[in-house]
Write a protein that binds this ligand. Sequence first.
Ligand code: FEO
Ligand code: CA
Ligand code: CA
Length: 685
Amino acid sequence: MKDFERDYPDHTKAPWYEHGDEPQCNQSANPNFYEVMDAHVKRRGFLVGGLASIATGLFGNALAGKGAMAQSTAASALLGFTPVPVSFEDNVTVPEGYSVQVLGAWGEPITGDMPAYSAANTGAEQGMQVGQHHDGMHYFPIDGSSEDGLLVLNHEYIEPRLLHAEKYKGMAMNNRDVVYDADGLRDDDEVLKEMNAHGISVYRTSKQADGSWAIVSDPHNRRITVLTPMEIAGPVRGSAHVRTKYSPDGTMTRGTVNNCAHGVTPWGTYMAAEENWAGYFANTDQLDQKPDLPREHARYGVSTNPQGGRYGWHLAKSGADEYIRFNASATGASATEDYRNEPNTYGYMVEFDPFDPDSTPVKRTHLGRFAHEGVVFAPAVEGAPVVCYSGDDARFEYIYKFVSAGVYKAGETDGSILDSGTLYVAKFNEDGTGEWIALAPGRNGLTPANGFADLADILVNTRLAADFVGATKMDRPEWGTVDPNSGEVYFTLTNNSRRTQAQVDAVNPRAENNFGQIVRWRYANADHTRDSFDWDLFVIAGTQRQSATFAGATLTEDGMFACPDGIWCDAQSRLWIQTDMGDLGPDYSGPLKDFGMNGMLAADPATGEIRRFLTGPWGQECTGVITTPDGKTMFVNFQHPGGHATADQFAAGDMGSLFPDGDAAIPPRSATIVITKNDGGVIGS
Ligand code: FEO
Ligand code: CA
Ligand code: CA
């Protein structure tokens, strides 16, 4: 029998629901990654007193100052720049010999009537401009050019006080506060502007005669938003789970939200991840005065609050269909007369071709339904299945792999290859091996008798299927990347403050679990279709005292970091690591205070050396990184500058950061920065 208060809490109102992200929804009893890692390092005798102590906190600060581990001093041939120090300033720093410019800040016009940015822009105008809160990003070269291409970027969420800064001037607002009218409803144009500031931006950008990069008006320029019609493809298409008033046959839905990281397919399309979509919905169905949510809502943390977890879009005054669909309560006589199933049309990877501006984006359901951080493809092999990986970023969730049934054929294969195959979930064994467990009908106990009716049911309830088969609970899997030269896969595990608190209370005062780590794995013959792999920890992040690389070193002052999030391996195997320690400002004094502002580092996979390359302004996280094919121009995003500003600061007109406009009258804006090396060389070399 269910305990409704235990099983169906409103996760989005819980104290661990941070800046719009990552509710803990997994209450299952599978082993956690720290237990596995601890046993792993003990068995190997790996860095006795080093990794094991860091993983478990057994030695506390005993390592400090004893020279127990060598510093990371190996000179790397890959990393040719002088690292930048930790920064506490509201600015951008890059190594000596590099230059930076801002491109495509929130609100810059890219399509339609090309309305200029203003804090007073309407909802419709926002639909023709770059969205807010930039995240995953890719550069698609036009005719192979490294000076002319399409930049495609996600917009993860929005900050209402900045989006509506003109209207909310003088109000005491925190960064997540939403304004409701006296009648408890929301202004329609504010809702429209919020929907249009979400989604994906596509714009052409090219290098100008003076060396700078500019947005170019072009037929490819496009906004994909919360209102864009999308096709549902794969096994969930047409199933009872996704039939709605909008699409009674369960083949279509509208929009995408919380697009965190992304992926690029071997056939050249873009995929946007739907991460923390659950909080956008409200389900107030009750039984005996207790929440009565179906498992496909409850396990993902769909809000039971009448206002929803985030923006209350379903409370738009007009009651228009495109707004009220975020009410996932059963309001009609059947599922095709309301939007009880709307949340089941979210939680996927969304594919579209940036070179076809009229194309309908497609939700690829066979890659699973969860809080997708992003997706990363293994290098395509002619005649072999397509393989990709995706992390579920919430505390104690999992890492997944998809292997297609069909085989890759260059020039022929398209996204439909992702509609049939097998979804797997990772189990990390104590001995440094790992295995992929199939989430498919009849396999590993996923049968109707055990509550999984068919493949569509397994996929809509991916998390529950992964619980059932005993997958390894991870510390918030964020981005992944594949080293194109070695075939090794890297995943960032950003932090897990919940586990930290439990362990601190029980054993010792270490706080390393606030800092995260990066896991990597490899296959025999670099064959990504295999069911088993070998893994190790590339780095356990932290301060000099609290970190360790796989090579047995600690991080140096110039390489220490916490909370890895974005990660991308470039063509020469440089690993770019971006940090999201939250919206830290200059007055921050918590456990991450030694790390300064969020930024980006570069690592050498062979030596484990890590050097800080970039620091960003106050309040932002650094996310999204790609270079042009020649490696000489790098694009990086800063998301939510000023996010740390208090309600009192905001009321007084101090929005927390002057980035990027340098004008206190203009709200801080998420933006892309373009990094070049003054000598014209490859970035990082
Ligand atoms: Fe949206 Fe998990 O970062
Ligand atoms: Ca992220
Ligand atoms: Ca993050």
